[in-house]
Design a protein around this ligand. Structure first.
Ligand code: TYF
Ligand code: FE
Length: 380
């Protein structure tokens, strides 16, 4: 018995020793946008995020403004500049609206910074303390692909609405939530032949491991291609697929993204629900636009994935895709880009055992994306 205990403990010690960057979860995703007030309205009323916190002129912040919204465990921050100069303006000028910060919730923001920078991470901001009447938080940050940042957020001594300096924010009219629960994964698009460089970054600098791999043969249609690898942290809560463009007859959707975003950046955020039919019905009724999937996809669906709990009709009506792996199945659907530039979009995903990413749907999905590219004239 004692031997068992010892080996169990040893295993635990080894795991702890290996995970030099324990991450509790995604803390928040911050977008730099041209007009945070209106973006906040969109995410509240179309997506069902609830207002949580605010900082801006009314709280004594002079140069920029942030709205914090939440649904389930998903927290998004929308930030706009109030002055003509500075980093936020430069970011928006170059990229349009887009994700700047992928903030990770940690127990120790100082150690997270030390462990990653000593392994080669480029510093964005050294650990600093923020404090107000609700307590203290510690923040640090490193650069990842493009101009995207990973912040480390330590909030164990803070009990306010978001972070020190923010006040509670409420609106008179609040939309109902749409059943979104947590961020399942966040995908980065990087430039030609850069995928492995960023895979190595997540492995060496952040201690992540590769989850699944598929080469360009797996992800090409008759026209376009891309490559992708999925990196995951020690406890599996953080999953970051990385895509790079690949050569095809026509322009890869990843290249289109890079062209319009002017570099690498966050391509899609996958949000989990436990009832995809209800969530997508709500989102669609509120004006969120999803990619169109031809009805023929559903002709052979059940032959491919076997028996599923859901009725086929609503899935077909909404355009929800289904895929199975050896652990179970998943349902997923993709929005059109949520910006004027064909850059960022969202995925809604419901997992029923499957821990993969919908490999069986890539062909149907990429053909749907190609039809959109064609309408934009960006498929050539
Ligand atoms: O995250 C994934 O891997 C899936 C599929 O450009 C996918 O959602 C992969 C690449 C891409 C769009 C979707
Ligand atoms: Fe995805």
């Amino acid at each position: 018995m004692s031997t068992d205990n010892t080996s169990l403990k040893l295993e635990k010690v080894m795991q702890d020793a290996e995970d030099f960057l324990p991450i509790l979860g995604t803390d928040f995703v911050e977008l730099y946008v041209g007009n945070a007030k209106q973006a906040a309205y969109y995410y509240q009323h179309a997506w069902g995020f609830q207002p949580v916190a605010y900082s801006g002129l009314e709280t004594g912040r002079k140069d920029s403004v942030s709205y914090v919204l939440q649904q389930g465990k998903i927290r998004i921050v929308l930030t706009s500049p109030l002055q003509p100069e500075g980093d936020i303006n430069a970011h928006i000028n170059k990229h349009g609206d887009g994700v700047k910060m992928v903030a990770l919730w940690v127990d120790d923001a100082r150690k997270s910074y030390e462990e990653t920078t000593k392994r080669g991470a480029k510093s964005y901001v050294a650990p600093y303390e923020m404090e107000d009447e609700h307590g203290k938080a510690v923040i640090s940050g490193i650069h990842t692909y493009g101009e995207t940042i990973h912040l480390f957020v330590e909030r164990k001594d803070y009990e306010g609405p978001f972070l020190p300096g923010y006040k509670t924010y409420a609106t008179k009219v609040q939309a109902e939530d749409t059943g979104l629960k947590y961020i399942d994964h966040m995908v980065g698009n990087v430039g030609w032949n850069e995928m492995n460089k960023w895979v190595d970054f997540y492995a060496k600098v952040m201690g992540f491991a590769q989850m699944v791999s598929f080469d360009d043969k797996d992800i090409s249609t008759d026209y376009t291609a891309l490559m992708s690898k999925v990196m995951s942290n020690g406890n599996g809560r953080i999953k970051f697929p990385i895509n790079e463009p690949a050569e095809g007859k026509k322009k890869s959707q990843i290249e289109e993204y890079i062209d319009f975003y002017n570099g690498a950046g966050v391509q899609h955020i996958a949000l989990a629900t436990d009832n995809i039919i209800e969530t997508v019905t709500q989102l669609r009724d509120r004006g969120v636009e999803f990619l169109y999937v031809p009805e023929t996809y559903y002709d052979t669906l059940l032959d491919r994935v076997g028996k599923i709990d859901e009725d086929l009709e609503p899935l077909k009506e909404l355009g929800v895709l289904v895929d199975r792996d050896d652990e179970g199945y998943l349902l997923q659907i993709f929005t059109k880009p949520v910006l004027d530039r064909p850059t960022m979009f969202f995925e809604i995903i419901q997992r029923k055992g499957a821990q993969s990413f919908g490999k069986g749907n890539f062909k149907a999905l990429f053909e749907a994306i190609e039809r959109e590219q064609d309408l934009r004239g960006t498929l050539q």
